[in-house]
Design a protein around this ligand. Structure first.
Ligand SMILES: [Zn+2]
Ligand SMILES: [Zn+2]
Length: 328
């Protein structure tokens, strides 16, 4: 099969013929139908994530059709359409796993990072970490649900009941989370790069009651804020925009350094926290909720061979919604 291979960080992905993968015990072999492009892929390619498997095939928002199954596979059948997310395997026995916090498993392995992912014509995945794709989503429209949706949803949950909700960085995750938050009766305040009128208009079209630049003050203090952009300077900005007792949640896997700020910015029981990965419970909850709202994804498709262009467009802020790769 062909894949877009990351041989070394900080070099373009290479269109390469590699051996077809074979499903091991509990694994399914899928023909990749679509694979979303996540900001995490950019951090991987930029060498900002520690200890990737190398070479590695990136991609952890995979929609595929099962074409073969290894021993012990009993959740899915050949021909079924499934989604493969970031969480690829956990140990099941560590303190985190046994406490329902498998997202923090000491030995967790992640798709497109320690396990080859979906920037390829085929992939294998442990069926215990895969999910059926329901609703009338096309393959392309379903792909962004698998990380932007799942981890965005976990990030939203961590903000508690915040009614006035700020969202910093209006990309793939935000455009999904805004729909869920609006559906839940929250008010969404969208913060974008300064002067990004297109992203602000996009946010308003998805239900945001206010959209402005990340250095603007919202019209009223926020009850909580989610940060999806990887800029550490947004942390004190979001804390300043958030009222007493509010929570600021960092939803990304990597962020530039956070500048110093006065303690008064955190005072009054404001909470600052990160969100790491996802649990299978998050995925089950979100994937059953999304079609009922219904969450609609906005996608820009690229042929698989153009993955480097997709990553460049994501880096340049030129993708409205989510970029998705489609094998030729
Ligand atoms: Zn574990
Ligand atoms: Zn992701």
């Amino acid at each position: 099969m062909f894949a877009m291979l990351c041989r070394h960080p900080r070099q373009p992905l290479e269109w390469t013929e590699v051996p077809d993968p074979h499903p091991d015990d509990h694994q399914v072999l899928i023909r990749v139908l679509a694979c979303g492009v996540c900001r995490t892929d950019l951090h991987l390619v930029d060498g900002e994530l520690p200890n990737p498997k190398l070479p590695v095939i990136p991609g952890h928002e995979i929609v595929g059709e099962i074409v073969a199954a290894g021993a012990g596979v009993d959740r899915f059948r050949i021909g079924e359409r499934i989604g493969v997310p970031w969480l690829g395997w956990t140990c099941g026995v560590c303190g985190f796993c046994t406490a329902g916090r498998e997202n923090l498993c000491d030995r967790a392995r992640f798709t497109g990072y320690q396990i080859d992912g979906g920037y390829a014509e085929m992939a294998v995945a442990d069926e215990r970490y895969c999910f059926p794709i329901r609703g009338d989503y096309s393959d392309v429209d379903a792909a962004p649900l698998l990380c932007a949706g799942l981890i965005g949803y976990r990030t939203l949950r961590m903000a508690g009941a915040a009614r006035r909700l700020g969202i910093y960085g209006f990309g793939a995750a935000a455009h999904i989370v805004a729909q869920v938050a609006t559906h839940e009766g929250r008010e969404v305040y969208a913060f974008t790069r300064s002067g990004d009128g297109a992203a602000q208009a996009f946010a308003r079209s998805l239900g945001a009651v206010w959209a402005g630049s990340s250095d603007d003050a919202p019209p009223a203090p926020l009850d909580g804020a989610l940060i999806f952009a990887p800029a550490g300077a947004l942390v004190p900005a979001a804390l300043r925009a958030t009222g007493k007792g509010g929570t600021v949640v960092c939803g990304g896997i990597h962020m530039s350094d956070i500048p110093g700020f006065p303690y008064a910015v955190l005072w009054d029981e404001r909470v600052l926290r990160s969100v790491a990965n996802l649990t299978r419970a998050d995925a089950t909850a979100f994937l059953s909720l999304a079609p009922t709202i219904p969450v609609k994804t906005h996608t820009v498709t690229y042929p698989l061979i153009d993955a480097n262009q997709a990553l460049a467009d994501l880096r340049g802020g030129r993708v409205s919604g989510a970029a998705v790769l489609v094998p030729g």
